[in-house]
Design a binder for this molecule. Structure first.
Ligand SMILES: CC(C)(COP(=O)(O)OP(=O)(O)OC[C@H]1O[C@@H](n2cnc3c(N)ncnc32)[C@H](O)[C@@H]1OP(=O)(O)O)[C@@H](O)C(=O)NCCC(=O)NCCS
Length: 284
């Protein structure tokens, strides 16, 4: 088995190898060349620091390195099911960590889906430590109306303002929450068609939601509450958002598990699809 830099392979080969390594994955995430290209752009994947494990012209596994300033991020790691438990996953990880060290990066981040024991154990054995748990939430478009006698308590929306991409980015730049690699402003700057809606509520609450709308989905959703009850204002914001976009499925990735806004998401019909564990390791 040989580790080779990712640029020696085509994106089509990398996408197809990625799909092969994820054939039995807990959350299906099929990749196309176009998607991989977008992924590399949005999340600052450095293909020169990324690698594939190859034996007899077969890609056995791969791993990618994201770079932002002095921070590193490991992503897309996978080994073909038939080739696992032979040291390939560890060898790929060590290659990526070495690439980061050569670039004098002091810190490496990653996320692992909760319940993915092989990957979690691998990361712990390399020295990664857990920082927090993140929720990946979804909302189907046909969210059911309230049943008889059911009540929700959310403040009344008083003012609504809408923002174009530039306005949405300006809001994201001022964000107070600690974002995750996937939803930090460096990612959002590369997301096309970003929009935002801000509301004031009748009880003095304020906040905004930014998102990327498309025909079928709302993605890259970020909510920030700047005044008032976090859950109530979130529910009011999301209710407004889904009134504007009633037919789209919605996905919000990587909301911290203990975020006080989460009950507002639930009130607006979001459910907890799965969790990721964020991990970090200093590179000294
Ligand atoms: C996670 C993954 C990349 C590991 O690859 P691998 O080639 O099997 O890993 P290695 O043989 O190098 O094992 C390295 C360490 O991982 C851990 N590990 C691997 N498989 C494990 C398992 N089934 N159960 C528990 N720990 C496991 C162990 O700590 C192991 O060290 P050890 O052999 O000294 O005990 C592989 O299981 C995989 O591709 N899974 C599907 C995709 C995925 O989960 N990617 C990671 C997303 S964050």
């Amino acid at each position: 088995m040989q580790l080779i830099p990712a640029p020696q392979l085509s994106l089509a080969d990398l996408a197809s190898a990625y799909n092969e390594t994820r054939i039995d994955y807990i959350v299906p995430m099929p990749m196309t060349v176009e998607r991989l290209k977008r992924y590399v752009e949005i999340y600052d994947v450095d293909l020169h620091g990324s690698c594939a494990a190859v034996s007899s012209n077969v890609i056995l596994g791969l791993g990618m390195l994201g770079i932002r300033y002095q921070r590193g991020w490991i992503t897309r790691l996978g080994v073909l099911p038939a080739g696992r438990r032979q040291g390939t996953g560890r060898a790929i990880m060590e290659y990526l960590l070495e690439q980061a060290r050569q670039r004098h990066m002091p810190i490496m981040w990653l996320e692992v889906i909760k319940g993915n024991t092989p990957a979690h154990q691998l990361f712990i054995s390399l020295g990664f430590e857990e920082t927090r748990e993140l929720i990946v939430a979804r909302r189907p478009p046909a969210y059911r109306a309230l049943g008889p006698g059911e009540q929700v308590f959310r403040p009344q929306v008083r003012n609504i303002r809408t923002y174009n991409r530039q306005g949405a980015l300006a809001l994201l730049e001022q964000r107070q929450d600690r974002p995750n690699w996937l939803n930090e402003v460096e990612s959002m700057r590369k997301v096309g068609d970003l929009s935002a809606i801000a509301v004031d509520t009748s009880d003095g609450g304020r906040g905004w939601v930014s998102f990327q709308p498309s025909l079928l989905q709302l993605t890259h959703i970020v909510v920030e509450v700047t005044a008032g009850d976090p859950a109530g204002v979130t529910a009011a914001l999301l209710q407004t958002l889904h009134q504007y976009y009633p037919t789209q499925d919605a996905i919000c990735e990587n909301l911290p598990e203990n975020d006080p806004k989460w009950p507002g998401f639930e009130q607006a019909g979001y459910f907890d699809a799965f969790h990721r564990i964020e991990m970090v390791m200093p590179l000294v």
